[in-house]
Each structure stands twice: as C-alpha cells, then as structure tokens.
Design a protein around this ligand. Structure first.
Ligand code: BYC
Length: 472
C-alpha cells in the first residue's frame, strides 16, 4: 500500500484513490529502474546526506538527512496556488486558468509533459557511473542530490500523467522507464540526453548548460494555462537552482585549480603535466555542452512553438516582463542561411518562440561564463572562456546541415572534418580526463588534484564532513 508518509506530498494523496492505485503499479517499476539505471555501486551500502522535499514552505523543502538512495522519499509537490490566476498569454489571455486538461489540447499537453519527463530519468542514466570517479565526497553527495531530484522531477511529470491523462498517461509513465539514454532501439527523446557523461568535466558542463535549459523550459512551462503543470514546474525550479550551482561552481573550482597550478609553475608549464585540466580543454567542453543544449530549444522556426503559445500551453520565460502577451502581429528578425552566406529574415514572432527562449537562455549562460572569467582577473591572467557562436556544432534547426567555427565563420565540410577537434573534445582529451579521474577520492575533506575545494560545505556542514558514508 502506498503511504502518504513514504511519499511526501501536498496533492492529497491519501484521499486520492485513483492516483494511489496508479502509483502503486508504477512505483515498484520506478524503484527497479532506479536500482538498474541509477548510481551504480551506491545503492546498498552507502548512506548519503541529502536534501528531501517534505513540503513546499521554505523550512520544508530543504530537509537534510542520511538516506540509502533507493529509500529516498520521492515526493509530489505543487507550488502554492495563486488566487484567481488568469491565463497570461496567447489567444485566451485573461481567461481563468484550467484545472483540467481541455480535450482539444490533450495531445499537445501530453507531448510537452512526456518530453519534459523523459529528460529527468535520462540524466540519471547518463550520470550513473560517475560515482566511481568522483573528485571528493562533497562532489559525490552533490551528484546524488542532483540524481534523486531528477528522479523526483520524473515523479512530478508522472503525477500529471496519472492524474490528468487516464490510460494514455499511465502508458506514457511506463514508457518513461522503458526508454534508455543512448539505447539504439529505444533512445531518449531529445538528443543531448543520449550523449555520454563519462567524466566530471562533462557532468559540471551538463549541470551548467543542460540543466539551464531545464531552467528555461521550466520557466516557460510554469507560465502554462494548465494550472497543475504551472504549479508543478514552479516548484521544480527551486530544486533546479541547486543543480546549476553544482555545475557553475564545479567548473569554477576546476578553473581555480588550473590557475593555481599555472601560477605555481610560473605560468610556463603544461597544466596536464601537473595533473590539471588545461584551459583549451575546458573551452572545448563549453563548446560541446553549450551547443548541445542550444539544440534542446528546438527549431528556430516552429509551428509547434507557435501553437503552444497561441493555445496558452507554453509561454516565454518570465512572461510578465513582456508588454504584448498575445503577439498576433509582432515579428522577429532571424539570421538564416542564404545563397552565398547569411541573411536576415523577418518571421512572425509566434513561430519564433523557440528562438525567443533561446535568446533568454544564451543571456543566462553568458552571465555565468562572465562569472568564471573573474577568476582569471584574480590571478592576473588575460585568458578568457567564451560561449561559441550559436551556429557552431548545431544538430537541430536551420544551421544543422552547415558548419561554422566558434566565432561563427562558415566552414566547408572538409575543413570542418579536419579541424573540428580543435574546438570539440577528441579521444585523447577524453582519455586524459579519465586517467586523472581513474582513482576516486572517498576520504572526507580530500579533493582530486584537478579541482579546488568549495568555499563552504552543504547545509552549513564543514567541507570535510562525511557527506557519503559506508555502512559496515
Ligand atoms: N532533439 O517544432 P520543433 C531538463 C524535434 S531539460 C531531438 O522545433 P518543438 C533537464 C521535435 O520533438 C528541458 N528532437 O519542436 C535538464 C519535433 O519532433 P516531431 C526539457 C528534437 O516541438 C538536465 C521536431 O524536432 N524540457 O529539464 O518546438 C537534467 C520539430 O521541431 C529536438 C523540454 O524540452 C532535439 N533537441 O520542440 C534533467 C520541455 N528539438 O514532432 C532535466 C518540453 C526538437 O517532428 N519540450 N526536436 O517528431 C518542448 O517544449 C519542445 O518539445 C522542445 C522544442 C523545446 C523540445
């Protein structure tokens, strides 16, 4: 029997028989999936100091305790309702929001929820071997925190599927556990979630850039006219912030350590000889994960996006900051490929909604990279990290069949093939990273040589706290 105590929630689970029955069927499959596809080697004999959401008020959503990972209490939470909330954009702007799914938008909403839901278990699968190569117990704990919360975000989407989509929703919930990241026959829906995350530089870049797509997509879904979707995603955003913190500070600490090693060697040594991660390598991983995450925003010109907006299903990030919420006669100017180069083309703004969200995303990423660059100033170095041009290494959209270098200059196919590993990680780069991560660091307070310790620990605990402990 599913108990409301085991599944912390604010959706009245104990009195909702239909949801209980659906979850009773799904939950054992989820736990089996978590054991098979979740963190490998840390399921049975380790206690992890993690945060569990037990309610949505500030004191309740950050409850810390040691737990064995399969016993984590994955809960179901909606942010508090907004009194008399009205539809904020699109053709129905101003009407009351929906508490049920309108029949005519059922397929579109299901598709959005399934796509969102699919990314959550995918990321856990992608990261499942990282514990065996971790740079410290602090980082190991952060990895598992991210993993259990991605698991909870899957629960959040499954809650919506079970509650509002009947039989179809239950089938979709099962499919979410059946697809697998990188699986040739049953891959995850969006491409970036089929890419391997085999080392900790991948992981930090993923949590910096791909989780930030999570932020932009969740912000736009939190504008939705479907109120339960809006409230669910609003609460997910509070957890998402920590994931981006893990990514941004993880990369900062690597850059910091690289600068320390360079300074110690009088700025003359090859950092790899000192066991560190060189700046060109860091730049290559920015290029890779930023471009993969740009693809996650979909095509530049999209009738799907126009229809999501018009129907009030998916808005823009921070819709309230815009003046015009109907967007019926506005236009967007886009750079597009043309004979002999590029040209500017004006398209109806509604069809450019993926691009509008991508603009927001690029700005948010840019601010993060500028924060990293401040580290160089402290070491008196003129080096800088930068985002590649948006046309670089694209797999989705109007630039996907063309090639560009990181500053946006067009390249012929053969030149791209010859030079792409100047800008993207190659096999030797990956081999080097695996070599310096081969031996995990499990001693409290100790850190791998390629990364600086964090400024402070988690939940006011010291940095040398035993964040993950082994049971006897
Ligand atoms: N890979 O009209 P278009 C997160 C497909 S991350 C493969 O442009 P639309 C997280 C598209 O499905 C946030 N296929 O598409 C982060 C469509 O297929 P069909 C996840 C792609 O509908 C870290 C076709 O191309 N949330 O939470 O505007 C850790 C036409 O394209 C891709 C969401 O994405 C791609 N990258 O799609 C854990 C929110 N891009 O119909 C979690 C929900 C497009 O031709 N999803 N296609 O078969 C959406 O809002 C939208 O579906 C998209 C854009 C943003 C994906």
């Amino acid at each position: 029997m599913i108990s409301a105590e085991k599944i912390p929630n604010n959706v009245g689970l104990s009195s909702n028989k239909r949801l209980q029955r659906a979850l009773e069927h799904w939950q054992p499959q989820y736990i089996q999936w978590w054991k098979d596809m979740g963190p490998q080697g840390f399921q049975d004999y380790h206690q992890v100091y993690v945060r569990t959401a037990v309610s949505v008020d500030p004191s309740g959503w950050a409850h810390f305790e040691y737990v064995r990972l399969p016993e984590y209490r994955w809960g179901i939470f909606l942010a508090d309702p907004v009194h008399d909330r009205r539809i904020g954009f699109g053709d129905f702007a101003g009407a009351p929001v929906w508490q049920e799914v309108p029949g005519e938008f059922r397929n579109q909403l299901r598709r959005l929820i399934v796509t969102q839901g699919d990314t959550e278990p995918a990321s856990v699968e992608q990261q499942r071997w990282l514990g065996q190569r971790c740079p410290s117990l602090y980082d190991l704990r952060n990895l598992f925190q991210v993993n259990v919360e991605e698991g909870r975000h899957l629960w959040a989407m499954v809650y919506l599927l079970h509650s509002y989509f009947g039989r179809d929703g239950r089938d979709e919930a099962e499919e979410l556990l059946a697809r697998q990241s990188g699986n040739r026959d049953k891959p995850r829906i969006l491409d970036a979630f089929n890419e391997p995350i085999e080392n900790w530089l991948d992981f930090f870049m993923f949590t910096m850039f791909t989780d930030r797509d999570g932020k932009s997509q969740l912000l736009s879904l939190s504008e939705s006219s479907l109120d339960p979707l809006s409230r669910t995603t609003r609460f997910m955003l509070t957890e998402e912030a920590h994931h981006m913190f893990v990514g941004e500070t993880g990369v900062s600490r690597i850059v910091e350590r690289t600068c320390q090693l360079l300074k110690g060697a009088g700025y003359s040594e090859d950092v790899r000889k000192l066991g560190g991660i060189d700046l060109p390598m860091i730049q290559k991983f920015i290029n890779l994960w930023f471009s993969l995450s740009l693809d996650l925003h979909g095509n530049e010109v999209s009738t799907n996006a126009a229809s999501y907006f018009g129907n009030g299903l998916k808005g823009r990030a921070q819709e309230e900051k815009w003046d015009d919420h109907r967007v019926t006669d506005a236009f967007y100017e886009l750079e597009v490929p043309a004979k002999g180069g590029l040209e500017r083309k004006t398209i109806p703004m509604r069809t450019a909604m993926n691009e509008v969200l991508r603009d927001w995303y690029v700005g948010d990423c840019e601010a993060g990279v500028q924060r990293w660059n401040k580290i160089f100033d402290r070491y008196g170095m003129s080096d800088r990290l930068r985002l590649p041009d948006r046309k670089f290494n694209r797999g989705i959209g109007i630039f996907s069949s063309l090639h560009f270098d990181p500053v946006g200059a067009p390249l012929a196919n053969d030149e791209w093939e010859r030079r792409k590993h100047e800008w993207l990680p190659n096999a030797a780069d990956r081999e080097y990273l695996l070599s310096i991560m081969a031996r995990p660091v499990y001693e409290p307070g100790k850190f791998a040589n390629y990364i600086a310790p964090p400024l402070r620990g988690i939940n006011r605990q010291p940095v040398n706290f035993e964040y993950v402990r082994t049971e006897a």
